[in-house]
Design a protein around this ligand. Structure first.
Ligand SMILES: *Cc1c(COP(=O)(O)O)cnc(C)c1O
Length: 383
């Protein structure tokens, strides 16, 4: 008998395929030369996949560094036993400095005020605060402007309490790796790093590639790549799909909590946006909703998988539940569902599959946001 792991307290959950996570992590390692490093981006709870559990798999597969978006995400990794260097991908408020030092988290830095305050506090703690310098090369989000890097380093480098462990930038349009905008960011970064090195400033680990740039342009790997979405088996762009196969890591499942055959004309859910159109329609309830990341904009537009077939979701998606309809037609006779039957919201069932990309397209967003959403409340089961 195959024992399926499932949450004890709820009939809806996320499954995380650790084998897929391992294979994807290895695929990124294989892009690198022996002296190049892999930084695994596990921000936003590893894009909804569970940061500590995923980091442990990545650690075992060979990652050199982790990146997070917030200081608290870094603390969570430390408390989960992660010992690799951890980079916070933006400059937090100065009130975070004690927490950074206490947990050995490296901030990204781009203001001299923060750098000097960080150094002062490090000295008074008898340590040296490592940091990565973010360089603004065109995305216009964060970082020291590429033309100001020398002036910035002159302002802070005298301080004995700080050490530059790395310098980096981030691409806005790396999916168009032959595009002028991407090339310009590369050039600005390259020149800024060269200028700092020429002037004798320590640059540490030089890095700029996210998933899509890592895949499409080997010339910008420098000392490290920062892979995020691809680790989770999701394509960052349609252009990488044919060249870099990845295995989806997350699926979303639920068991039917109720079945019923409302009479023709009965409404389903808030506002009755669906009415039972005919006889012999079975309405099944699944116990997950928009608070679990299943956007309400998908109401009456998405399918779920049941016995390898697609069946439509009906009525408005509620905060914690939704309904699906099994409709018998002359063309299709579907066995009716029983309470407790498993339905797949994202993932594979037989030959059928619902992908994060399909759901993203229906929602008018990207797979990144869909995956993050499912991480909000559903319990994660690691298989
Ligand atoms: C999120 C993020 C990444 C990872 O991006 P993916 O597209 O998920 O690979 C890398 N670098 C920075 C600065 C980021 O914010």
């Amino acid at each position: 008998m195959v024992l399926r792991k499932e949450p004890l307290t709820r009939w809806a959950w996320v499954e995380i395929d650790q084998g897929a996570l391992r294979r994807n992590t290895r695929a990124f390692k294989n892009l690198l030369g022996p002296r190049q490093r892999l930084c695994c981006v596990v921000k936003a709870d590893a894009y909804g996949h569970g940061a500590v559990a995923c980091a442990k798999v990545m650690h075992a597969t060979g990652t050199d560094m982790f990146a997070v978006a917030t200081v608290n995400e870094g603390v969570e990794l430390r408390q989960g036993g992660i010992a690799e260097p951890i980079l916070v991908l933006s400059e937090p408020p100065m009130t975070a400095i004690d927490t950074l030092l206490e947990h050995n988290l490296m901030p990204s830095i781009y203001t001299s005020e923060f750098a000097l305050a960080y150094g002062e506090r490090a000295v008074s703690c008898g340590t040296i605060g490592k940091y990565h310098m973010a360089i603004e090369t065109g995305m216009n989000r964060i970082g020291v402007h590429y033309a100001d890097v020398l002036e910035f380093r002159r302002e802070i480098d005298f301080h004995r309490g700080i050490h530059c462990d790395g310098v980096f930038t981030h691409f806005a349009t790396a999916d168009e790796s032959n595009g002028w905008d991407y090339k310009l960011q590369c050039k600005r970064f390259d020149e800024a790093v060269a200028a700092m090195k020429d002037a004798g400033y320590e640059c540490g680990i030089v890095h700029c590639d996210n998933t899509v740039a890592s895949i499409l342009d080997g010339s910008t790997h420098y000392d490290m790549i920062r892979a995020g979405i691809g680790l989770y088996g999701l394509q960052p762009s349609e252009v990488t799909r044919p060249v870099f196969p990845l295995d989806p890591v997350m699926s979303v499942k639920a068991r039917v909590t109720r079945t019923a055959h409302p009479a023709m004309g009965e409404g389903v859910g808030y506002g009755f946006t669906y009415r039972v159109p005919r006889a012999r329609v079975q309405i099944c309830t699944l116990p997950l909703g928009y608070a679990d990341g299943l956007s309400r904009t998908l109401s009456n537009r998405m399918d779920v998988l049941y016995r390898g077939m697609r069946i439509p979701q009906v009525g408005n998606i509620c905060m914690d539940q939704m309904m699906v309809a099994i409709t018998q037609t002359s063309r299709q006779q579907i066995p009716e569902a029983q309470m407790g039957d498993i339905m797949t919201v994202v993932g594979r069932d037989g030959d059928a599959e619902i992908t994060m990309d399909e759901m993203a397209q229906l929602r008018g967003t990207i797979n990144y946001e869909v995956a993050c959403g499912f991480g909000m409340r559903l319990e994660k089961i690691y298989c």
